[in-house]
Design a protein around this ligand. Structure first.
Ligand code: MN
Length: 381
């Protein structure tokens, strides 16, 4: 039995991870669950999977849970404590935001296996996190479908020359920039292939999501930005591919579902039957298309490559500004194309710091959010 701790258990990845575990109850024991304010859902999860430790965001939620589960340890905002103190073999980091960085670093210090679904960890602090993981012999297994595909093609990374990261292209792939200018929230949130949370769905519409994934891939697989290519693939069947030194290309394929990459991260190096998805039938799929991304229509992707190459605090700044802008868009405060413009402006006015400390990264994150909010206010209608 592998002991699993899940941080972010009520989100999209967390709930799907528990669906995976439900099918594999003889292989996994859930030892800790952490959520934000979704008490109803975590209560049900705790009843079914009976973890020893539960964490929620505030005192009210905690006292409600203490009444229902008098024998369990109930923590408030306990994601770092769980990573630090609970006895687990693998920890799934599926919280969103830069706060995912702290439990990840604690798990690394203990040399644990980390199933990483939090993008911000590597985007903002990959230069700190990866050497730290190496030092403590902690294994980071990617959960995101693209990075999982690359990892599945070559877990060792040996002889891998370049990475081909696929992107569905999102809801505006076949629309003009003019259409995007007036895009509504509903159009933006209607992703053609993947069903995800709102923040990542907006990022998929601007291709910022792909940009963040490029930066993550750079850190995870130790590849230079010249050796990372993004290719638009609307069918979302090829989840990503690698090219070896000899020119041979391996791709990982499957129907678009997060169950498989989540499950692989949990069962690695084993493969098990697990959740049964619809059967994969290449003949039925018929056509697979690939094309170059349009960097003019999707300036966020271009920005991410530039920011990634420059490194330092800029990836953290870009991430923070983008996040604030996305939430402003979701609150109907700005338009879709304002997101990339605000993000770019905040990056441009930032003085970069090379080889930043963790504190400098966190400070840069704060300042970037403030600048983004000022720009949002100036645009607000
Ligand atoms: Mn992805």
């Amino acid at each position: 039995m592998k002991k699993v701790a899940i941080l972010g258990s009520t989100g999209s990845i967390g709930t799907q991870a528990l669906e995976v575990i439900r099918e594999l109850k003889d292989k996994f024991e859930v030892v800790a669950l952490a959520a934000g304010k979704n008490v109803e859902v975590i209560k049900k999860q705790a009843e079914e999977f009976s973890p020893e430790v539960i964490s929620v965001k505030d005192e009210n939620s905690a006292s409600e849970l203490r009444k229902i589960f008098p024998n369990k340890k109930i923590l408030i905002d306990g994601i770092v404590d769980i990573a630090k103190e609970v006895d687990y073999d693998i920890i799934l980091i599926s919280v969103t935001g830069i706060s995912g960085l702290f439990p990840t670093l604690e798990a690394i210090k203990r040399g644990k296996t980390i199933a990483l679904a939090n993008k911000e960890t590597l985007v903002t602090a990959g230069d700190i996190v990866m050497p730290e993981a190496k030092k403590h012999n902690a294994k980071i297994i990617p959960v995101d479908s693209e990075h999982s595909a690359i990892f599945q093609c070559s877990p060792s990374g040996e002889f891998v020359k370049s990475l081909l990261i696929t992107a569905s292209g999102g809801p505006f792939l076949n629309k003009t920039k003019e259409d995007m200018k007036n895009a509504t929230k509903a159009e933006t949130l209607k992703h053609p292939k993947w069903n995800m949370g709102n923040k990542i769905t907006v990022d998929s519409a601007t291709l910022m999501n792909k940009g963040l994934e490029v930066i993550e891939a750079h850190h995870l697989f130790n590849k230079s930005y010249d050796d990372i290519k993004v290719v638009i693939h609307p069918q979302s069947i090829v989840h990503s591919a690698i090219e070896f030194d000899d020119g041979s290309v391996l791709a990982q394929m499957g129907l678009p579902s997060m169950h498989l990459p989540i499950q692989y991260a949990l069962t690695y190096p084993e493969r098990v039957e697990g959740i049964k998805s619809n059967s994969f039938n290449l003949a039925q799929i018929g056509t697979l298309q690939f094309s170059e991304p349009d960097f003019d229509k999707f300036p966020s992707l271009k920005l991410a490559f530039e920011v990634g190459r420059q490194g330092g605090i800029l990836p953290a700044v870009m991430n923070a500004a983008n996040e604030e802008a996305v939430y402003a868009f979701l609150n109907d405060e700005i338009k879709l194309l304002d997101i990339s413009e605000i993000t770019k402006q905040v990056v441009i006015k930032t003085q970069n710091i090379k080889n930043p400390t963790l504190e400098q990264i966190l400070e840069a994150d704060k300042i970037a959010r403030k600048s983004a909010k000022e720009l949002i206010l100036s645009l607000k209608v």
